[in-house]
Design a protein around this ligand. Structure first.
Ligand code: BG6
Length: 484
């Protein structure tokens, strides 16, 4: 069975920023789906905490509407919704002042898991952490959950880590990168370490190169203020794509446990080569009939922030020296698709003579949509007329292979929140990992800032700027097509 439900301990989960966008779009609808799956303990409580002055009834109404909008596919029964809403409480609170804190202290229970989700800007992390302690609300078993962006650069990430460390141990801090909660991302580890087949070939001797693509069709409209200060490098590469790269490149951990996995990821980040500016292509989308261009989506009409980035990354260790990782991500691209392609080398000698247009073995791990794994292999073209070779996919879509249950797998947030309640940090980033990722990212960003680099325009609905094709062409390679 795919969606087996493993019970979790009883909990009080406080969501600071409980009326905000993330809470309404992802956190509460995700918890609702866990409730429907039968995973929520009977007495579990979810306590929204935010500035707005409302009571529990008002909050339940707000979340009811959010579930109707973002709850996901499937019929929503009134009984399920009412059952879930009965778990909700609400406390108006002033993160920077004193109002509401003694009310929160009064309703928290002693003998349950206590988790605090900081679904607020990082500027409030310190205030919240301090008040949770001052009012005796958090104890040494409590957990806090923090969202990206975890800092803007190495200095700010270090400052955030130091602020949280004043009140919480590392073992209590859950830094979310929702890509780690995606089903196929975890499957990457299952495929690598659960099979004998791939691991012997998983190195520079047999892998020609690796492509990681996260293409989106949406623009930055509505989030222009945040995005223009970040760009694709900070928004996607420093965190989500870095995590994917780590899971592909890391050595087999000794156990699937939090520190064993995170130690191996950290070693990868520390082995990343600095990236030369010539190995980077940045772009900004132009407008078309479907929507405005990047410069109209943000406030600064002269912005030099990138909405697309492609880069070639090397890893200096025995396993990967000489095998490039090509990373590419962008907004307003041709299709919404995220995939990792492991492109293997050709056999050392062809006993079949030269065959035109041979393309070799490729293992593709599709993150979204249509999660699945596809292995391209060479076979003989059927029929008489000699030995002609063709490539065919050995295709495994999870939905086809595992049946309708495969559609019911929890989304990233559902899984990660339940991991917080279970106290399992394996799929969360450790402080040193985040800092190492910024230490690698900062000089790259400084490099283009020093040069006054201007991103290349690219057509909305395309695969990004032409120059990004050249990044691979000059190495005699080509990107896989961006398509669903
Ligand atoms: C977020 C980024 O972390 O991830 C967004 O801030 C991006 O800009 C999103 O759109 C992509 O997530 P997903 O799950 O839709 O691939």
């Amino acid at each position: 069975m795919v969606s087996r439900v493993i019970p979790v301990d009883n909990f009080d989960l406080v969501i600071f920023g409980g009326t905000g966008d993330l809470a309404r779009r992802k956190i509460l609808p995700g918890l609702y789906r866990r409730f429907c799956a039968g995973q929520m303990p009977e007495d579990a409580r979810i306590i929204g905490a935010a500035r707005s002055d409302m009571d529990a009834a008002g909050y339940r109404q707000m979340i009811k509407e959010a579930i109707a909008e973002f709850g996901g596919p499937g019929e929503q029964s009134a009984a399920d919704i009412d059952g879930f809403l009965a778990h909700l409480e609400y406390i108006p609170i002033d993160a920077r002042g004193q109002a509401g804190w003694s009310d929160l202290a009064a309703i928290m229970r002693k003998d349950v898991v206590k988790a605090f989700y900081f679904s607020v800007g990082p500027g409030l992390f310190g205030d919240l952490a301090e008040r949770l302690h001052l009012h005796g609300i958090a104890d040494s078993d409590s957990r806090i959950v923090v969202e990206k962006p975890f800092g803007h650069d190495l200095t700010s990430a270090k400052a955030l880590n130091a602020t949280l460390a004043q009140h919480f141990d590392e073992g209590q801090i859950y830094r979310i990168d929702h890509y780690l909660g995606k089903e196929t991302v975890q499957n990457l580890m299952a495929v690598r370490f659960g099979n004998i087949l791939f691991e012997p070939l998983w190195n520079a001797q047999y892998v020609d190169h690796i492509q990681i693509t996260v293409a989106e069709t949406v623009g930055v409209g509505g989030r222009g203020g945040y995005y223009d200060k970040s760009g694709a490098m900070r928004d996607m590469v420093q965190n989500h794509m870095m995590q994917l790269l780590c899971l592909i490149a890391m050595e087999p951990p000794n156990r699937f446990d939090p520190d064993a996995v995170r130690d191996e990821k950290l070693k990868v980040i520390r082995a990343l080569d600095p990236v030369e500016q010539a190995q980077i292509v940045r772009g900004q989308y132009c407008g078309d009939e479907d929507g405005p261009g990047y410069l109209e989506d943000v406030e600064d009409p002269k912005s030099k922030t990138e909405s697309f980035i492609a880069l070639k990354v090397g890893i200096s260790n025995w396993r990967w020296k000489g095998t490039p990782f090509y990373l590419r991500t962008g907004k307003r691209m041709r299709a919404r698709t995220s995939e990792i392609a492991i492109v293997f080398k050709d056999p050392p000698h062809s006993i079949f003579g030269e065959q035109e247009d041979r393309r070799g073995n490729v293992l593709v791990i599709r993150l979204q949509p249509n999660e699945g794994i596809n292995l391209r292999v060479t076979i003989k073209e059927p029929g008489p007329g000699g030995m002609r070779l063709v490539e065919v996919p050995l295709d495994m879509s999870f939905a086809d292979a595992l049946g309708p249950d495969a559609h019911d797998v929890p989304d990233a947030y559902e899984r990660l929140i339940m991991d917080v309640i279970r106290g399992n940090q394996t799929l969360f980033m450790r402080g040193d990992e985040v800092e190492a990722a910024w230490a690698w990212t900062d000089p790259i960003i400084e490099g283009w800032q020093d040069r006054g680099d201007t991103p290349r325009p690219y057509d909305a609905g395309s695969s990004g700027p032409e120059d990004s094709l050249m990044l691979l062409h000059k190495d005699g390679r080509r990107w896989r097509e961006v398509r669903t």
